[in-house]
Design a protein around this ligand. Structure first.
Ligand code: PA5
Length: 473
């Protein structure tokens, strides 16, 4: 049976005065179709290796059909394919050590964290090695320059002490497309010298425990080569795949494989979303419907704050990954909606007041997981009924989450605040792959629809230039 697709229900935006109508969406169906055609043509242009016209540059459309390319390579070339090599490296590291420090920032880190939080055990790092299926713990660094946090990580890895066995051994996966990002480079230098000490200065051992993911040239590539990392294990961030679009390349796949996730399923989910995007008309196309609602609420109703309201605990990092994707892609030319990840029910107790009664500048997109992996926990009855929960004894935690979701959205509807629902049939690699691809496609479609190039992030350069000037003055 085919894996079920995620679905989108915009019913909660069809409200009087502050919402839109199905006819509004119908009115822009032609524009949506054109934007989709342009996105498909961009992917083709990229695949053909044709120099894009100046107006299209930069054109990092390589992410779009990357899942299909990797899957075809895997099916055709088996053990020699990139997917199989990534899996082999991940298995090798898993056998050799009990912690992998993943160094990277922005697009070179957030996707891996999204995979960990969405698909691994919620207390993954705290489980025994056996309960982790023999996979290493994952620690993220290189995503900041926080002295005490880095010192804390050094404590955790034994500050260079030689390991007594696999339980104390650790490895580094360092990810940087440019190979020159200062936060990641500084963390790599500190961690590398610590790992070298832990290897007793043995260069061969060290090279076995460091796996880089980077461009085909650059500072990190040169450093990895000098360290003796084998060429076949210096993984590439493919040309034409921008950082924030790189989660389904080695950038996200290597850490995901190290965690023990099924990376083929991740890619298959993304490919299924590509097929849906290509073939479904605007009226039933999840990507186009989502873009239409976001775009119309922004342009017609001034909703330029987009809340991705995740229910339950496992999607926060996916939301943060998306915050980055949308902000860096469309936050240009003094335009672009503001994404904000919300984790409910937690944030009902911190942001809920504002979302219910604050400015009418928000569109809420609920992300609802329709089924749970584990047996539902019931409240249960107790002889200590001071909390008066015995009358809810049969209710389960999913019942409570469901009531909170429905109750919140009812309250928004009663005040004519627009909401839409993204339903995930469950939370696993296939569905996560679909969701990541859906949000990447939606971002580039919206960019084409409103005439903003979703690729490149020229604005980030200013801080880097200033920081370097200050440091080197
Ligand atoms: O989306 C992007 O391109 C950025 O967020 C980058 O991923 C981030 O700046 C890290 O860059 P690099 O991978 O070159 O170290």
């Amino acid at each position: 049976m085919a894996d079920p697709l995620i679905s989108y229900d915009p019913a909660g935006v069809f409200i009087p005065e502050h919402g839109i109508t199905p006819e509004d969406i119908g009115r822009i169906a032609g524009d949506l179709d054109e934007a989709r055609d342009e996105v498909l043509a961009d992917a083709q242009l990229w695949a053909d290796g044709v120099e894009p016209p100046a107006a299209k540059q930069p054109l990092d459309a390589g992410f779009h059909e990357l899942p299909e390319r990797l899957l075809n390579d895997y099916r055709t070339n088996g053990a020699a394919s990139e997917v199989a090599r990534l899996q082999a490296t991940a298995d090798r590291l898993a056998a050799a050590c009990d912690r992998t420090v993943v160094l990277g920032i922005g697009g070179s880190y957030m996707g891996a964290r999204a995979c960990l939080e969405a698909c691994c055990h919620p207390y993954y790092n705290e489980l025994s090695r056996q309960a982790r299926g023999g996979r290493p713990r994952i620690s993220f660094e290189g995503n900041n320059v926080d002295n005490d946090a880095m010192q804390g990580l050094l404590d955790l890895v034994g500050r260079g002490a030689e390991p007594a066995g696999v339980d104390d051994r650790w490895s580094i996966v360092v990810i940087s497309k440019s190979g020159g990002t200062l936060e990641t480079a500084a963390a790599f230098r500190v961690m590398l010298r610590t790992l070298r000490d832990a290897c007793g200065g043995d260069a061969k051992k060290l090279a076995e425990l460091v796996v880089p993911v980077t461009g085909t040239s650059g500072k990190l590539f040169d450093l990895a080569t000098a360290l003796g990392c084998p060429a076949e294990e210096i993984y590439e961030v493919p040309d034409g795949v921008g950082g924030r679009f790189s989660v389904l390349s080695a950038v996200g796949l290597l850490p995901a494989a190290i965690m023990g996730l099924d990376i083929v399923k991740l890619l298959e989910g993304a490919a299924a979303m590509n097929e849906h995007f290509r073939n479904c008309g605007p009226e039933s196309n999840v990507v186009l419907q989502y873009v239409a609602v976001c775009h119309l609420l922004e342009t017609m109703r001034g909703c330029d704050i987009r809340l991705l309201s995740t229910w339950g605990k496992r999607l926060e990092a996916v939301g943060l990954w998306y915050d980055q994707l949308l902000s860096e892609s469309l936050g240009k030319q003094e335009r672009g909606a503001m994404p904000l990840t919300v984790v409910n029910t937690r944030d009902l107790h911190s942001r809920g007041q504002q979302h219910q009664e604050g400015k009418r500048d928000k569109l809420v997109t609920n992300v609802i997981v329709d089924s749970f992996d584990r047996e539902p926990l019931a409240i249960g009855s107790s002889e200590y009924n001071q909390d008066q929960l015995n009358e809810l004894a049969d209710k389960t935690l999913p019942d409570i989450l469901d009531a909170a979701t429905k109750g919140t959205n009812q309250a928004y509807r009663e005040d004519n605040r627009p909401t839409a629902d993204l339903h995930l049939p469950r939370l696993d690699e296939h569905v996560l792959g679909q969701m990541l691809q859906m949000l990447m496609l939606a971002t580039v479609v919206e960019g084409r629809l409103i005439g903003i190039n979703p690729y490149g992030q020229p604005g980030v350069e200013a801080y880097k230039k200033n920081m370097n000037a200050i440091l080197r003055a």
